[in-house]
Design a binder for this molecule. Structure first.
Ligand SMILES: Nc1ncnc2c1ncn2[C@@H]1O[C@H](COP(=O)(O)OS(=O)(=O)O)[C@@H](OP(=O)(O)O)[C@H]1O
Length: 354
C-alpha cells in the first residue's frame, strides 16, 4: 500500500516504494494509475535532444553537478522516445480514454528510463538522447504523450557542422562501424548535396541561399536521394553531413515548441563552460548555482579527443560553400549569432589522422 506522498518524497534517497505499477504488467487499465505520485507527471523537466558529437556528454554531466538537477536516468542516452517500437506501442493501448492512454504512456516512459528510487524531492529531472532531434516520433511523443508536454525545456547543443561531421566519422571509425577514409565516407552525401543544389533551378538562377524557399527544395531533394541510395545499396547513409544540416532537423521543433528550445554552442561551452552554464540556468529559470565550485568536474574531457590533421583542399571548399549558406539561415531561424563561418572562410579545418 503506497504511503502518503510526503513520506515518499522524504525518503527518496533510500529505497522507496512509490506504489507504481510494475513494468511487466500490461499497461492497459486505468486502475494502474491509482496512487501514482504527482511528481511523476512532471518528469522530465529538462531534455537534451541533440546533436550527436556536439559535446552533449560534457553538458549533461556538467548539469548533473547542479544541486537542483536529478540525473537518475539509468543511462545517459536512453533513446526511448525515438524508438519505433515505443511509438508503435503508444498507438496500441486499446479501450482507454485518451487521457488515460497518455498517462499510461508517460508512466511507462518514466519507469523505463529513470531510477525513481534515486530521486530527491523538488528536483529537476534531466534526460539526454541525441536521437530525439532527428526523430519525428520523438517530437510527437514528447508533445502529445507526455503529461508535462507544455513545460519541458529542451536543450540543443550545436557545433560547427564540419567538425561535428568529423567527430561523428571518428566515432564510427573507433567503434568499427566505418572503415573508409573520411573523404570516401562523406563522398556519397557530398554528391547528393551538390546534385540537389544544382537541380534547384531557382537557386541556380538567383544565386542566393538566404531565403528559406530554396532550402525546402534542397532538403526534400536530399531526403529523396538518400532514400534512393538506401534502396539501391541496402544500407542507409551515415549522415555525417546530413546530420550537420541542423536547420533541416530543427524546423519541426521550431514550429512546435519554439519557446522551449534553448541552444548551447559547443565552441562557447568548451571555451568557457562556467559562463555558458550560468547563462543557461538563467534562460531556463533554474536557481543560481556557482559552477566555479565544480570547475574541475565540468572541464573534464569526456572522450579521448579525436586525433586530427589540418586539412585543406577542394573538398573542404565545396563543403564550406554548402554549409556557409545553411549556417546563415540557421542563424536567422534561431536568432543567435553563430561563429562558424569565419572558421569556414579561413579553411580552418582538420581531418582525422587515418
Ligand atoms: N568538456 C567538453 N566540452 C565540450 N566538448 C567536449 C568536452 N569533452 C569532450 N568533448 C568533445 O565532445 C565530442 C563528443 O560529443 P558528445 O558527447 O555529444 O558525443 S555523443 O554524441 O554523446 O557520442 C568529442 O569531440 P571530438 O573529440 O571532436 O570527437 C569530445 O572530444
Amino acid at each position: 500500500q503506497p504511503t502518503g506522498e510526503n513520506e515518499r518524497l522524504e525518503g527518496r534517497r533510500g529505497h522507496v516504494d512509490y506504489g507504481l505499477p510494475p513494468l511487466e504488467h500490461e499497461l492497459n487499465s486505468s486502475a494502474q494509475l491509482q496512487g501514482v505520485p504527482a511528481f511523476v507527471w512532471e518528469i522530465p523537466q529538462l531534455l537534451i535532444i541533440g546533436v550527436m558529437k556536439a559535446g552533449t556528454s560534457a553538458l549533461y554531466y556538467a548539469l548533473c553537478e547542479h544541486p537542483r538537477i536529478n540525473c537518475v536516468a539509468y543511462v545517459k542516452e536512453p533513446f526511448y522516445l525515438s524508438s519505433a517500437e515505443v511509438a508503435a506501442q503508444a498507438r496500441e493501448y486499446h479501450g482507454l480514454v485518451q487521457q488515460e492512454r497518455r498517462r499510461l504512456f508517460h508512466l511507462r516512459y518514466v519507469q523505463t528510463v529513470f531510477n525513481l528510487t534515486a530521486l530527491s524531492a523538488g528536483q529537476v529531472t534531466l534526460e539526454a538522447s541525441t536521437t530525439y532531434l532527428h526523430s519525428a516520433a520523438a517530437l510527437t511523443l514528447i508533445t502529445s504523450r507526455l503529461m508535462n508536454a507544455d513545460r519541458i525545456r529542451m536543450l540543443v547543443v550545436l557545433r560547427e557542422p564540419l567538425s561535428r561531421a568529423l567527430s561523428h566519422y571518428n566515432h564510427e571509425k573507433r567503434h568499427g562501424k566505418q572503415k573508409a577514409t573520411f573523404g570516401d565516407a562523406i563522398a556519397p552525401e557530398l554528391a547528393i548535396l551538390k546534385s540537389c543544389h544544382q537541380q534547384d533551378t531557382w537557386l541556380a538562377q538567383q544565386n542566393r541561399l538566404d531565403e528559406a524557399r530554396p532550402y525546402e527544395a534542397l532538403y526534400d531533394c536530399v531526403q529523396a536521394e538518400s532514400e534512393r541510395y538506401r534502396l539501391a545499396k541496402r544500407r542507409a547513409l551515415p549522415g555525417y553531413l546530413f546530420k550537420s544540416l541542423y536547420l533541416w532537423h530543427l524546423r519541426p521543433w521550431l514550429a512546435a515548441v519554439p519557446d522551449r528550445l534553448h541552444f548551447v554552442l559547443h565552441e562557447h561551452f568548451r571555451r568557457d563552460p562556467i559562463t555558458e552554464l550560468a547563462q543557461l540556468q538563467r534562460n531556463i529559470g533554474l536557481e543560481e548555482f556557482d559552477y566555479e565550485s565544480v570547475r574541475e568536474e565540468i572541464t573534464h574531457e569526456f572522450q579521448e579527443g579525436s586525433r586530427y590533421n589540418r586539412f585543406s583542399g577542394p573538398m573542404i571548399h565545396e563543403l564550406a560553400l554548402l554549409f556557409r549558406a545553411h549556417n546563415d539561415l540557421l542563424e536567422l531561424a534561431i536568432g543567435m549569432p553563430l561563429p562558424w563561418n569565419e572558421a569556414l572562410e579561413r579553411g580552418h579545418f582538420v581531418i582525422p589522422i587515418e
